[in-house]
Write a protein that binds this ligand. Structure first.
Ligand code: SAH
Length: 511
């Protein structure tokens, strides 16, 4: 029997209220009389940038009255002009279609008997992926790199094809492979790729239940940049039916997802465990393996599995809608580039910080801006680096940011002693861990870009870092401070980062 499906509330068992009640109506009136425009301003597609996408859905719930004013199809499903009936699958589906159309210029055709994805939650996953990918790019620029071609695999894309569509809409250099096992979903997914003229960037691939989940060999792909999944959640049909029956929803809202979408052996943990198993074979061929999870307990179990396999480069985050609905996400990598702090420790699980990966950022020093002359902090940073036997150190004066690499702990006393002995014997080599002949001590941003695009490949160095000088306001007295931030960019050994930041703190305090 076909069942109407309407989104994550049901999918995951948490209750979310999008009520266009009187309170909402008052708010929207107020907003309208203030400036006559909606809370999410209408931004032309060609002017949409990462900041625009980041700012979407910050409010707890959409203002349905305003959405209705912008889209007549949405207005048609509203009751009393501002109330959306979440018990009616057609209304919920229209909300998804309207948000995709207005905020991303995407068109989707959705079947009534398959999962209808809530846009804000799916968008959050894409925002996190962008941060994960940007902060671990081969060029270490930590900004959008339009020249970087990124390929992702969406495992179980669903009829909506929502993740590939959202990813491609936001990043013109991204492309996707989208798989599913459900013939009906596959047919709709193909249609949705075409509807948005994205057939050449999104390849929809049908799979069998027993096939592997990451079919790189079959697709003739040596490497890809990431995999993503919103896995089937329930362990059995009975669990699906039981949990659906417990929902505090009107009885007519049979919003649970078709069993083929929602049930698999072992539920979400079982599904992601399969991805972990495949990742242990494919290893570096995918830069980031990622998954969304509905339960924090699943996150803890899976982190434990990863740790048991010696994986230390992982990232954890939470996607929060309003203050009620929370999803978790996990990513892991066998490559050595480390993600930003916000991508890797994007939440505080109640299980405690101990389940989070080692922090990749540290404040080294902070001085009131009145106490130093212009350029002084930058000089302190560069002088300190000149005294360390780095394989490479490149200073970008435009962004007050330097990037360094070392073959190992070249600041330790043992290393320095060894170097001095070599010098004495006259057998001094440039650097005991080997040194790039392209070592550039200082450079303009232009020169840095040249260096970056030639890609000398510093990936093999045991340790990579950046040091940034920036101005920020002190929380205590609101005075401007010059702050030096160290970021761990690369390497498997967090002890190197810890000891390096320890050395920097000591040597910069002494000045
Ligand atoms: N990505 C969509 C759908 C998630 S529901 C969204 O977020 O809205 C889970 C999806 O995984 C379903 O479409 C289901 O058909 C698919 N699926 C289940 N087992 C699969 C498998 N072994 N390989 C690929 N897809 C699978």
């Amino acid at each position: 029997m076909d069942r109407p499906i309407c989104g994550d509330d049901n999918e995951r068992g948490t209750k979310r209220k999008y009520a266009g009640d009187e309170h909402n109506a008052r708010d929207s009136n107020k907003l309208l009389t203030l400036d006559g425009c909606s809370i999410s301003p209408i931004v032309k597609p060609e002017s949409r940038d990462d900041d625009y996408y980041k700012a979407l859905y910050m409010e707890e719930e959409p203002d349905f009255r305003l959405l209705g004013q912008r889209d007549s199809e949405f207005k048609d499903v509203l009751e009393h002009g501002s109330h959306l009936d979440f018990g009616n699958p057609k209304s919920v589906m229209q909300l998804t279609k309207t948000l995709l159309k207005l905020d991303f210029s995407l068109l989707v055709d959705l079947p009534i008997d398959r999962l209808c994805p809530p846009v804000p939650n799916r968008h959050n996953y894409i925002l996190w992926l962008k941060e994960l990918i940007d902060s671990t790019s081969p060029l270490h620029s930590h900004s959008v790199e339009p020249i970087r071609q990124v390929t992702g695999l969406d495992i179980g894309t669903g009829a909506s094809l929502i993740y590939p569509l959202l990813g491609c809409a936001q990043r013109s250099s991204w492309s996707f492979i989208a798989t599913d096992v459900d013939p009906k979903s596959l047919a709709y997914a193909r249609r949705n790729a075409k509807l948005n003229n994205m057939g050449h960037r999104i390849r929809v691939v049908g799979r069998a239940m027993t096939d592997c989940l990451i079919p790189l060999a079959e697709l003739n792909l040596e490497t890809i940049d990431f995999t993503m999944v919103n896995p089937p959640f329930y362990t059995s049909d009975a669990e699906l039916i039981n949990l659906a029956a417990q929902k505090s929803r009107p009885p007519n809202s049979a919003c649970t997802g078709a069993p083929i979408e929602m049930v698999c052996a072992g539920g979400e943990v079982g599904f992601v465990q399969r991805i972990i198993d495949e990742s242990l074979v494919l290893r570096e061929r995918v830069q980031w393996y990622t998954a969304m999870l509905g339960k924090q307990s699943s996150l803890e179990v899976l982190i434990d599995v990863l740790k048991r396999h010696g994986v230390t480069n992982y990232a954890v985050t939470a996607f929060v809608q309003g203050n009620k609905t929370r999803r978790w996400a996990i990513g892991w990598s066998f490559q050595s580039r480390r993600p930003s702090l916000s991508a890797s420790r994007g939440c505080e699980p109640s299980a405690g910080k101990k389940i989070l990966p080692f922090p990749t950022e540290a404040t080294i020093a902070s001085w009131p801006i009145s106490q130093y002359k212009s350029g002084q902090l930058e000089r302190v940073v560069c002088d300190t680096m000149d005294n360390i036997d780095l394989a490479s150190w490149i200073w970008d004066s435009t962004h007050s940011r330097g990037i360094g690499f070392a073959g190992g702990n070249v600041w330790s006393r043992a290393y320095r002693r060894e170097r001095a002995r070599e010098k004495e014997k006259g057998t001094d080599v440039e650097n005991l861990y080997g040194k790039e002949d392209t070592n550039i001590k200082t450079t303009s941003s232009h020169r840095l870009n040249n260096w970056q695009t030639t890609e000398h490949g510093f990936d093999h160095y045991a340790f990579g870092f950046s040091l940034t000088v920036q101005v920020s306001k002190s929380m205590r007295n609101h005075e401007d401070h010059g702050v030096i931030i160290a970021r761990w960019l690369q390497g498997d050994d967090h002890a190197l980062f810890e000891s390096f930041t320890g050395l920097l703190r000591k040597s910069m305090r002494l000045r």
